[in-house]
Design a protein around this ligand. Sequence first.
Ligand code: KIV
Length: 300
Amino acid sequence: MSAAGDPRTERPPVTLPRIAEMKRSGKPIVMMTAYDYPSASVAEAAEVDVVLVGDTGAMTVLGYDSTVPVSMEEMLVLARAVRRGLRTPLMVGDLPFGSYEGANELAVESAQRYVKEAGCDAVKLERGGASVDRARAIIRAGIPVMGHVGLTPQTATQFGGYRAQGRTADRAIQIAEETLALQSVGCFAIVFEAVPAAVTAALADKLEVPVIGIGAGPSDGQVLVFHDLLGIYEGRLPRFVKRYAEVRRDMVAGVSRFADEVRARRFPQDEHTYGIDPEELERFRRYLDQESLATSAWDW
Ligand code: KIV
């Protein structure tokens, strides 16, 4: 790995053939979400393979209660910021709720906006059913598509809320059929969210495209939400999240120390301030001492 913190790494950009090769050779694919320049530059420095501008940004950075309200315009603002911080990982834009389900034309238009206006390499959409047609249309328009099955937060209420999926044979069959359909129209990878590990494992042999798991057990790759894995987000955590840092705790501690020092007048100190040549300062003081600068002149 190149020098920690250096966002300009030497490795070549991660391409779709590289992702397919990783699947063939059994090299795990590392994916994380990013929503802005700092998170993207962290992904770059840590040599992540795939960065998803996830619609989870609705909650983690925009403060919505779910992923449903976020608009395409808002996602594009996030994606452009991510693009500025990213050079080598494959960048995937998450199609938000309402930006693709209605019609193939809408889906292609939204996918094109991610590519043209934010420099995304690919897009992701949720579920099977009509989404399979949308994926086919987007791929025919020349834009790579990642699928997403299992727990699909944009329509979670339909399957009983934010809970594991595929825990009955019927639902596992449905997930398998959605996955195979997405694969058959050319999706280059499929996210499995909150699916029993045994279901993922049983399906693995039937799949040529990589499965990127999040709460789906061992698979070709793993994805976690940036704010979850670093401990920035405060909300309730699903069981599949592993915390690798406690960044929010450190941020609150840092800002509290800053506030304490300002209130106690311990900050700033000499090393944080700029000097002035004593003669220049003297001239300035003489200027302030002039009679004509009486404070009443400013009394308005
Ligand atoms: O939006 C998102 O962050 C996602 C991941 C959970 C895969 O879809």
